[in-house]
Write a protein that binds this ligand. Structure first.
Ligand code: DX5
Ligand code: ZN
Length: 217
């Protein structure tokens, strides 16, 4: 099956964000990936509610908001209000992951749990049934443009096994260092959603790259 493609706006041109959003609207992409960083959970700060709210006004596809923040439960309602359709929180940032995932679903959003590269897939075994998707970080979060960590392929494989064993509908999203060079391998390993920042926006023809990513299975 063809993967869902989620261009990461972190790599977009913020001076011409409207142009990049329109490009994604007209492309084969399925989601807008929005990276929210707080400077505490990750060593970087990106953007927050006002920017997401502005993106929502133009976006013709759902917003997939990736929270790289501590205590994300404090902001679930706020992100719903500014237009998040999918909301993911890090396993490493939640003391009560099971409850936070329920909170996200109760707000009417798709709930995602994110695992850092060092976190094993088995850690979410008791919460995965509350998740609509699992995001595997294939770089250490905080920055775009990093190299894909090859071990992620094993994690995709183990996660797929877990999902099949429990007969769950959760999708597998991969984020970090994803591009045309590894898209096919990721899809063959079991990835359902590919996030791509630099691989899309730092190219001459982003719309064509999105099309190629979409058809790389
Ligand atoms: C990293 C973010 C990613 C990032 C991906 O912390 O979660 O979504 O934008 O960027 P690329 O695709 O350039 O690695
Ligand atoms: Zn992300």
């Amino acid at each position: 099956m063809k993967p869902l493609i989620a261009p990461s706006l972190l790599a977009a041109d913020f001076l011409h964000l409207a142009d990049d959003i329109e490009m994604v609207n007209q492309s084969d992409a399925d989601l807008f990936h929005c990276d929210v960083m707080d400077g505490i959970f990750v060593p970087n700060i990106s953007f927050g509610m006002p920017v997401i709210s502005a993106i929502k006004k133009m976006a013709k596809k759902p917003l997939d908001v990736h929270l790289m923040i501590v205590q994300p439960e404090r902001f679930v309602n706020a992100f719903k209000e500014v237009g998040a359709d999918w909301l993911s929180v890090h396993y490493e940032a939640c003391n009560h992951l099971h409850r936070v995932l329920q909170q996200i679903r109760d707000c009417g959003m798709k709930a995602g749990v994110v695992l850092n590269p060092h976190s094993s897939v088995s850690l979410i075994e008791n919460a995965i049934h509350e998740a609509d998707y699992v995001l595997l970080m294939s770089v250490n979060p905080g920055f775009g443009g990093q190299s894909f960590i090859p071990f992620t392929l094993d994690k995709i494989y183990h996660l797929k096994e877990l999902i099949l064993k429990k007969n769950l509908p959760a999708l597998i999203e991969v984020d970090g260092g994803v591009g045309l060079h590894n898209a096919k391998e990721l899809i063959n390993s079991g990835a359902d959603i590919l996030v791509a920042g630099n691989a899309v926006f730092q190219t001459e023809d982003p719309k064509n790259v999105i099309k190629l990513l979409k058809n790389s299975c």
